[in-house]
Design a protein around this ligand. Structure first.
Ligand code: SF4
Length: 334
């Protein structure tokens, strides 16, 4: 008997998979590469990567599914609407379960396991939402949620005796204590804190994302840019991202693609690297230089040379500019 377990690397999904594995089911772990995951933050997911953790928990390899343009379209227009920010959790889960159903069939598995806990999230983890998600994914009775199973209707795997309902849990709500106790019991270690790995639930990120949607620039390359730096909309067709530290400066330089501009101070001045994407007129180049200059360590000098070049092979040029005023700066900030 095989089952597909949707795992995020977070504690709940790992516990759910492990509980069912402990009942002798061959568990196939599956994860999704989401364009809205945090870029690997130091310490955000314990000391090991997701693959290593799953191999340690379940003794098998993790499969990955990337989400495509259809997923992005859904994020733009979710039939079930958004949560508190731009998080379309119900449609997102339907989407992932449909993908998982295909994986289940391809691998001759019988059902799907998720780490959802009843009442843990307001939009998508109450009884009615769970039922809607399951139904619209075409998986009625085939989604087992081991952490809350005792509080939910019996699923086919329980009814058929493939898994023993009595050995599943009845967790409910946002508290973490029962999960932490269960983790200790099952030997699940090195789990991240539950800060939420999805940027769609983050108000700042959602605000920037909305700007991309409104500017018809909603694609994977631009979404990646939103994960670092300060974000400025200079014109409907031009934006600037300003690095906040050396790591972000390097990252932005690495993300620059053909046609983008990089702005940076000369070697005698500490300051950020900024990435400009879009159609940059002379006026916008000057504006980008002035914004970059604002974040330089000017030490009282009134102006500075800000260098820029067009990627990949533009000549390096510079403008001597004064920093933009704070009030003007805010007009462009998103
Ligand atoms: S939090 Fe993000 S990844 Fe999770 S269901 Fe909601 S939209 Fe999807």
């Amino acid at each position: 008997m095989k089952a597909v377990a949707l795992v995020s690397g977070g504690l709940d999904s790992r516990l759910a998979a492990k509980l069912v594995r402990g009942q002798g089911i061959d568990v196939l772990p599956l994860t999704f590469r989401l364009p809205f995951s945090h870029r690997n933050k130091k310490g955000s997911a314990g000391s090991c990567d997701k693959n290593t953790l799953i191999r340690r928990d379940l003794g098998c390899e993790l499969s990955n599914i990337g989400l495509d343009d259809v997923f992005l379209e859904m994020v733009k227009n979710p039939p079930h609407g958004y949560g508190a920010n731009l998080n379309p959790c119900i449609d997102c889960k339907i989407f992932m379960l449909r993908k998982a159903a295909g994986f289940m069939r391809d691998n001759a598995a019988e059902f799907i396991i998720t780490g959802e806990v009843l009442g843990q999230r307001p939009m998508s983890q109450h009884k009615q939402a769970l039922a809607t998600i399951e139904k619209e994914a075409g998986l009625q009775g085939l989604v087992l949620r081991p952490l809350s199973a005792k509080l939910l209707s019996e699923t086919i795997p329980e009814r058929e005796g493939w898994v023993n309902r009595d050995r599943l849990m009845g967790f409910c709500g946002r508290g973490r204590r029962p999960q932490i106790e269960l983790a200790r019991e099952l030997g699940v270690e090195d789990y991240p804190n539950p800060a939420g790995g999805c940027l769609l639930t983050d108000p700042d990120f959602s605000r920037k994302l909305k700007d991309l949607i409104n500017s018809a620039e909603f694609n994977l390359e631009n979404i990646e840019l939103l994960k670092s730096g300060r974000y400025f909309r200079l014109k409907s067709h031009a934006k600037l991202i300003v690095g906040r530290d050396e790591q972000e400066n390097n990252l932005l330089a690495g993300l620059a693609k053909e046609g983008d501009y990089l702005f940076y101070p000369g070697p005698d001045l500490a300051g950020p690297t900024s990435l400009g994407r879009g159609a940059f007129s002379e006026g916008l180049i000057k504006l980008a230089c002035r914004i970059t200059c604002y974040y330089c360590d000017l030490n009282g000098i009134p102006d500075a040379r800000i260098f820029y070049k067009r990627i990949p092979a533009g000549d390096e040029e510079f403008q001597r500019v004064s920093p933009i005023g704070q009030q003007s700066l805010q007009e462009f900030r998103r």
